[in-house]
Design a protein around this ligand. Structure first.
Ligand SMILES: Cc1cc2nc3c(=O)[nH]c(=O)nc-3n(C[C@H](O)[C@H](O)[C@H](O)COP(=O)(O)OP(=O)(O)OC[C@H]3O[C@@H](n4cnc5c(N)ncnc54)[C@H](O)[C@@H]3O)c2cc1C
Length: 268
């Protein structure tokens, strides 16, 4: 986790990610690994949590519970150093030169708090009213709004990036994840952080060829590989040891019916 980001009473990060769903948490994993102090602010829950069984996520041949997958994305982001707050971003102002200021609130807050950030990555679905007044290009598609980007995650406003469904990508989790990673890498390059590929390679892969280990790459020896594999196996066994116990929410129009379905506003 990045150092406590409060200085002189001001909460400040290099990157604020708005939305801790698939795109936002994947982006945060990449930016935190690149050393950018990253805060994910997430309100409510990822739309993926409505899914009944996630069959098309690469690497899970029998599929998996989507709420478990969402929890694992959260764990991966925070394990790699991202900070996470369950709050709602209400407003955003500022610029790349002056810095951005978001106001956020949680249900228990008496008043909104301010968060300062050098850059902002928009990964909220389906809500972007907090962008009002910044001049970000939005495509209005009737009941839905999409944030326009240059294909790599940059919006028309310097310092503001977009990823996932809100950036009008196809509506599958792997695409949201890949797009979050892509926007994150664009942002990392723009922030002039020394960064290469975010690769972990076997000992000597670069150095035995007389090359420096490039920024953003890591060489690990056999003992370290084994240690990481053991830790990964233990973690995955724990994740999959029990069925996920969170009740699933459904479409808000299908509540209070004979199937006892719960909507997004209910506890459970
Ligand atoms: C019923 C259902 C089943 C699905 N099944 C599949 C499937 O089987 N396979 C598949 O690949 N895809 C599936 N999807 C699609 C998949 O869930 C989405 O494509 C994916 O979740 C999009 O990721 P995202 O990060 O863009 O949005 P999300 O994962 O929804 O994340 C956006 C987050 O931003 C938060 N947010 C919104 N406004 C704010 C704000 N102002 N401040 C802070 N946070 C905010 C939201 O609450 C949410 O947590 C399904 C979707 C649904 C609805």
């Amino acid at each position: 986790m990045t150092e406590n980001a409060t200085e002189n009473g001001i909460e400040r990060y290099e990157l604020l990610v708005v939305g801790g769903g698939v795109a936002g948490l994947t982006a945060a994993t990449f930016t935190a690994r690149a050393g950018l102090s990253t805060l994910v602010v997430n309100h409510d829950e990822s739309i993926l949590r409505r899914n009944a069984h996630l069959e098309n996520m690469p690497g899970f041949p029998a599929g998996l519970n989507a709420r478990l997958f969402a929890d694992m994305l959260h764990a991966q982001a925070t394990r790699n150093g991202a900070n996470y707050q369950q709050s709602r971003v209400e407003t955003l102002s500022g610029s790349l030169d002056a810095g951005f200021v978001a106001t956020v609130s949680t249900e228990n807050d008496a008043a909104s708090r301010e968060i300062h950030a050098d850059r902002v990555l928009v990964a909220s679905w389906a809500e972007v009213s907090y962008l009002d007044g910044l001049g970000v290009e939005i495509r209005d598609a009737g009941s839905k709004q999409y944030v326009a980007d240059d294909g790599l995650g940059r919006t028309n406003v310097e310092g503001i990036y977009a990823a996932g469904r809100i950036a009008e990508r196809y509506h599958q989790a792997v695409i949201a994840a890949g797009n979050g990673a892509e926007a994150a890498i664009t942002l990392i390059h723009d922030s002039e952080t020394p960064f290469y590929n975010d690769w972990v390679v076997p000992e000597g892969y670069f150095t035995d060829r007389g090359r420096e280990v490039p920024p953003g790459c890591e060489e690990i020896d056999a003992a370290e590989q084994q240690a990481r594999q053991a830790a990964a196996r233990a973690a995955m066994q724990e994740y999959f040891a029990e069925p996920h116990d969170e009740r699933q929410r459904t479409h808000p129009s299908l509540v209070d019916d004979e199937k006892g379905r719960i909507d997004w506003n209910d506890e459970g």
